[in-house]
Design a protein. Structure first.
Length: 347
């Protein structure tokens, strides 16, 4: 599905400052709309929207009461009466502030934005965006003045895009809208506050989420279970991770029986994986099924977490990409462990 924002315009936008409630930082409301020039609007739209993709779809649960589903009802209220954006945006900021209590959450600008002319698939819709601008970076400003160039330093936000955002598309309201989520994970911080605590979103069960969840289950099984259960070493783990990724890259459709036989081969490993899959297939909010079309975008994203690096003390990092038979593990008589690498040519 295509997501196109090339003809998008901003209808209204208001920006509040939301601090960390756990540190008693301020929550500062704006009383008027955010001001920007016509030139700045082009960059602002790119900054807010460029990282979203149309396959990573979510929705709210429309059956839940307001107390359990506040963002859904506030979004619905804004779509029904856009003139009340300032009022309802303050309620959204209050809700975000209440959920901004992790010690590593930074003070941010919180943008509540109405868009026109968003294209999703073959539909043109309006949308409501909730965005956090957190990290400021230095940039150089160079201005020619009086026969010379003056260089100064200012702080700002990179137009490469945001780390956290939500785009509520004004479609399928009775099914909880269709939402695009942006939640780039920070490994040093539990970021569930954005998706689970503040927004309370559910993943839509499509091929993107099916592919993502099955790859996560596979990675966790190989990384966390197989060493203890089957006594495999790290190089063998990496080989299985590579086989898993290659299956998804080389096939258009996933078939679980075909996958397990191609990757795990040994019947006892296949049985163990099937049991693990049965125990964990509902954990991500999407019930993983046994066959589905493979999402290339999900494969591209998830491949990044399939680490193919063999770390040996602090001396060596060995990247294993191909034939497992080209690396052998052994032990010297004096107890020192080693890996032997075979190759045909040196580049």
């Amino acid at each position: 599905m295509v997501f196109d924002y090339s003809d998008v315009t901003i209808d209204k936008m208001i920006t509040h400052v939301v601090g960390n409630s756990d540190r008693s930082e301020a929550l500062l409301f704006s009383e008027g709309y955010t001001e920007y020039s016509e030139v700045a609007e082009e960059y602002l739209i790119k900054y807010l929207l460029q990282k979203f993709n149309a396959e990573d779809l979510y929705c709210f649960d429309p059956a839940k009461e307001f107390s359990e589903n506040k963002v859904y009802y506030l979004a619905k209220s804004i779509f029904e009466d856009p003139s009340q954006l300032v009022h309802f945006s303050k309620e959204l900021a209050n809700l975000l502030y209440a959920n901004s209590n992790h010690p590593k959450i930074k003070e941010s600008k919180f943008h509540v934005t109405l868009f026109n002319n968003l294209v999703i698939g073959d539909e043109v819709v309006s949308g409501l965006g909730l965005f956090k601008s957190e990290v400021e970076t230095p940039f150089l400003k160079m201005v020619r003045s009086g026969g010379q160039v003056k260089v100064s330093t200012e702080m700002g936000h990179s137009i490469k895009g945001l780390d956290k955002g939500l785009l509520v598309l004004n479609m399928e309201q009775d099914e909880g809208y269709r939402c695009l989520l942006l939640d780039l994970k920070n490994p040093a911080m539990d970021t569930r506050y954005w998706k689970d605590h503040f927004l309370k979103l559910h993943a839509i069960n499509n091929e993107f989420h099916q592919t993502s969840e099955f790859m996560k289950i596979t990675k966790d099984f190989i990384s966390d279970n197989m060493r203890d259960e089957f006594g495999i070493n790290r190089a063998e783990q990496i080989d299985l991770l590579n086989k898993s990724v290659n299956y998804f890259k080389e096939h258009d459709r996933f078939e679980k029986n075909d996958f397990t036989e191609a990757v795990f081969v040994q019947p006892e490993m296949v049985d163990s994986f099937n049991q693990y899959n049965d125990q964990h297939k509902n954990r991500g909010g999407v019930e993983v099924i046994d066959n589905f079309p493979i999402s290339n975008l999900a494969v591209k994203q998830q491949s990044k977490i399939f680490k193919s690096v063999l770390k040996l003390d602090k001396n060596f990092h060995v990247y294993i990409h191909g034939d497992r038979k080209m690396i052998a593990r052994g032990k010297e008589e004096d107890g020192r462990k080693f890996y032997k690498l075979y190759y045909e040519r040196e580049d």
